[in-house]
Design a binder for this molecule. Structure first.
Ligand SMILES: [Zn+2]
Ligand SMILES: [Zn+2]
Length: 343
């Protein structure tokens, strides 16, 4: 099978690998699509190394069809359209015991340590498979994993009706947040994003107000719309500067959610007195702890517009190019998808 193997920093090789054989409780998946995520870009550049074991096939936003099942597998069958939860907790630590495998220090992640979806086939344990409908398009299926991450953050917000929310960033994650919050009882939904085409999509997907933080004064624009600030501010940009500015826009009693992945060595300045004065909550949210089932239901229910998010489908040999364009062509590409069967 054809696979894009991450060999070392900034080096991906298209290799011919043996087709894997499923173990007793595993399935072999024929990959129909795999999304290129910001994390893949960080891994490629060596900015994320924890839990990564090259040579490895990256790709954790996986949609595919079951090609073969292991001898113990009963409730899944060949031909089934599925997506994959990439996080495999150790099962026996204090976090796995409270159903939070995303915090497990010994978690094995498909596409980090185990071969992932930038290949024609991959193996996954049955515990991590979520069935889709036969007609669910791969470009919708690949969004389940990211949406599951967003649902984890959404649960933490403890969102009350009649409140106002600001999302920083309108990439894949920001646009999923837009859609989720538009369906929630928020009374004002604002999105801040410097790239024109992304801001337009945020608007199309339900934002009441969009702000260009590079050409406009974000704080002034927010105060104009709501003088006391926002009840909920969600960083979906992973930009430390956006986090620093966004925290100042939280209203008294409000919540700031750090969702985007900032560089591991980044720091931001916060005013602890202001956090105290405002009784502000600052939260973090990482990966999907068993939230893929709900994400799958949302995708199957047609609640998520994937066409506004997935901008391209490329063949496997174009993965390095897609990784390059992730940062360099943000106006043209949002979610890029690899179809390993395409030339
Ligand atoms: Zn991801
Ligand atoms: Zn564990």
């Amino acid at each position: 099978m054809k696979a894009a193997v991450f060999v070392s920093h900034q080096k991906i090789q298209i290799q011919e690998l043996a087709e894997p054989v499923p173990g007793a409780d595993e399935v072999l998946i024929r990959v129909t699509a795999c999304g290129v995520c910001g994390t893949d870009v960080h891994i490629y550049h060596g900015h994320v190394t924890q839990g990564i074991q090259p040579p490895v096939v990256l790709g954790h936003e996986i949609a595919g069809v079951i090609e073969a099942v292991g001898p113990n597998v009963q409730h899944l069958h060949r031909g089934q359209n599925v997506c994959v939860d990439p996080v495999i907790g150790c099962g026996s630590c204090q976090f796995c015991h409270i159903a939070r495998p995303n915090l497990c220090k010994d978690a094995t992640v498909i596409g980090y340590k185990l071969n992932g979806g930038f290949a024609q086939f991959l193996l996954a344990p049955i515990t991590n498979i979520y069935p889709l409908q036969p007609d669910t398009p791969p470009t919708a299926g690949i969004l389940v994993e990211t949406l599951a991450c967003v649902l984890n953050g959404y649960d933490k917000l403890d969102l009350k009706p009649g409140r106002k929310a600001l999302i920083l960033g309108a990439g894949t994650v920001g646009l999923l947040w837009n859609q989720l919050l538009r369906r929630s009882p928020v009374t004002l939904l604002v999105n801040s994003e410097p790239v024109d085409t992304r801001r337009e999509r945020a608007k199309r997907l339900g934002a009441d107000l969009v702000i260009d933080p590079e050409k406009e004064d974000l704080a002034a624009k927010v105060r104009e719309a709501t003088p006391e600030g926002m009840d909920y501010v969600i960083d979906a940009s992973g930009d430390p500067q956006a986090v620093e500015e966004g925290i100042k826009l939280v209203k008294s009693g409000g919540t700031f959610l750090i969702f985007g992945v900032c560089p591991a060595d980044a720091t931001v300045r916060i005013n602890p007195h202001e956090v105290y004065q405002k009784e502000m909550r600052i939260l973090g949210s990482k990966m999907p702890p068993y939230s893929l089932q709900r994400a799958t239901q949302m995708i199957l229910g047609g609640l998520i517009n994937h066409e506004q998010i997935v901008t391209d489908t490329f063949g496997i040999s174009r993965l390095p190019e897609a990784i390059d364009m992730f940062e360099s062509a943000r106006d043209k590409h949002i979610k890029m998808v690899i179809d390993p069967w395409k030339d």
